[in-house]
Design a protein. Sequence first.
Lengths: 236, 236
Amino acid sequence: MNLFFSKNIDKDLNKIILDGQEHLHLIKVLRKSIDDNINVTDGFGFIYLCKITNIHKTYTDLTINEIINDNSHKPKLNLAVSILKKSNRFEFLLEKAVEIGVSEITPIISKHTEKKKLNFERLNKIMLSALKQSKSSILPKLNNTIEVKHYIDNTSSSYSNYVATCKNNQTKSINSILKPNLNVNILIGPEGDFSHDELIYAKNANFTPVSFSNKRLRSETAAIYFCTLFSYINKL
Amino acid sequence: MNLFFSKNIDKDLNKIILDGQEHLHLIKVLRKSIDDNINVTDGFGFIYLCKITNIHKTYTDLTINEIINDNSHKPKLNLAVSILKKSNRFEFLLEKAVEIGVSEITPIISKHTEKKKLNFERLNKIMLSALKQSKSSILPKLNNTIEVKHYIDNTSSSYSNYVATCKNNQTKSINSILKPNLNVNILIGPEGDFSHDELIYAKNANFTPVSFSNKRLRSETAAIYFCTLFSYINKL
């Protein structure tokens, strides 16, 4: 069954409104009618099993029959990754991160980041499409772009903090450090890696430098590699 | 240090010839000169530490100083994946598979495969570029396209054989079956998954149906997900 997305959810009244593209897809493409059952997510880990109660020109009314919480006590992964030179590589990373599953994605700017701007409207569309395609109920939060040192300053000390780097100064292999049931922040740098200064800054803030394999992975590959291991280790 | 690729390697005479783009990159872009040291791979797991002995207009002569075998007794991963509707998704998959590391990649055609042709010249260029970028010494063998049942007929019984599917008929989670130090064949289907008939055919040939996570991953995501876990489990 297809999964729909809505922000207009009233749990008290047991009502959901589907509008915009979601409404059009439901009525014009899938040609659903009154009394048909559909599933809706709020992107926060809840799935609502609903029945169509009314169809208007620009929106559809749904009644909630059952609520499933798909996000209870799962460990959190916050991915902080440099904006990349080519937007298609960053977009691909974002799509894969949503499919495989992360909690938050923060685009960062570091010394060697060449491109500084992102099209957030386009990125949000890609994420929503990946959410629905993968039938996931958790839409990661896409944060505003932030300078890497500010990101480090604002991380929680209750998380396990890692910084990925190809510079072989005392990095630990991911095989030796990744453990289940821990909330994680991972920093991934741009094409030219983090600067020496940024790595020192991160280490002083209790970020452990890690390497992912014996190879030199591209930034987007490193991000997808880490999301995969986090999902595997935590059986998500 | 940059890694170069050559097929013109004479181990008996300790000589390597770099030509084409590799020669131009070495001399025109990196401006290397006689007596400079460079590393070369044959794509079969060997890295040759060399010295430049002569520079001609269209090629460079190298002398081998040392040979490192980077491929001894590593388990093999053969990835058989359906051609995808959008070529950029298949190309991305191929690039990531080379970076993370696989032994062979076979494009397959199954009942639901919509596109039947690939530009092998372009794919080989992408793979070579990914090999050099990731400083890997193993260039996966890109096989000719084959029909999925023919692929299954020709697989070795000494390998662990898996077929990825979203159809929840007795699939096992990858978490429960992946073990280190085993040679593996993994089949990944097209956007519409394998047909019921193909899944039965694979099961009868001792392919275990597997699912990768609780989500519905796109074909290229499933392929990258599996390559990552194989690399992690085997500490490659």
